[in-house]
Ligand binder design. Structure first.
Ligand SMILES: N[C@@H](CCC(=O)N[C@@H](CS)C(=O)NCC(=O)O)C(=O)O
Length: 226
């Protein structure tokens, strides 16, 4: 049900991405929330190659996702998750320590884990043959492993990072999926099992299938007018 042509909520994603990015575009995080909450949304799929005119007035960095919810407009997937959770009273406790824990772990995923992971991804995926990348790689790997060890220690035998499944887990599982894809979680079975628990949820599976269904090879560079 969540994808609904006349829904108030609009999520912007891409109509094509290169194969390595399929299933990892960050609109997946907003889609996942909508599936968990049974919240209808409509898709706006734009070109990743040639953004619509004036796109930076909607997303200052020229990226996706962007969310429209009636007359509210947001960018940044973390802000989008907080907005959706607050507005719908789902996956974010209303107050007290429970809310503080969810917000802390959500921002930990975005600020303390994802940037460290991005450094390694930048080295391995886009610059592997550069001399500077070869020199930096061991440090970047170790930095990410230290973050993974900290997460292992914090999660221990808990199912989710902040009590019940929450937007913190949508953020953390989404980020750690890339660690799995980069082969950096093999020494961290506790975290790997946590990622599996998240990605086995039917809401994640539906959101992923819907993102993948939106990619159309006719929008690939060089194919747009073929
Ligand atoms: N911090 C932003 C990151 C957004 C981001 O990296 N978007 C990527 C897709 S996952 C993008 O649009 N990349 C294309 C570009 O940078 O031109 C968020 O969480 O929303």
């Amino acid at each position: 049900m969540p994808i609904t042509a006349d829904a108030d909520i609009e999520i912007t994603g891409y109509n094509w991405v290169p194969p390595f990015a399929e299933g990892f575009v960050r609109d997946l995080r907003a889609r996942w929330f909508c599936e968990e909450a049974g919240l209808p949304y409509r898709e706006r799929l734009i070109s990743a190659v040639k953004k619509p005119p004036g796109w930076r007035s909607e997303q200052p960095f020229g990226q996706v996702p962007v969310l429209r919810d009636g007359n509210i407009h947001l960018f940044e997937s973390g802000a989008i998750l907080i907005h959706l959770a607050e507005k719908n009273g789902k996956l974010l406790p209303a107050g007290g320590q429970a809310r503080a824990d969810v917000l802390s772990w959500l921002l930990a995923a975005y600020n303390s884990v994802e940037p460290v992971q991005n450094e390694l991804a930048n080295i391995e995926m886009f610059n592997a043959d550069e001399d500077w990348a070869k020199l930096r790689r061991p440090v970047a790997l170790d930095n990410l492993d230290r973050r993974h060890r900290s997460l292992d220690h914090a999660l221990k035998d808990r199912e989710w990072f902040a009590g019940e499944f929450s937007i913190a887990d949508i953020a953390m599982v989404s980020v750690l999926r890339s660690s799995v894809a980069m082969g950096t979680l093999t020494e961290h079975p506790t975290l790997a099992a946590y990622v599996d628990r998240g990605t086995e949820r039917p809401a994640f599976q539906q959101a992923l299938a819907d993102q993948l269904a939106g990619f159309d090879p006719s929008h690939a560079p060089g194919m747009e007018h073929a």
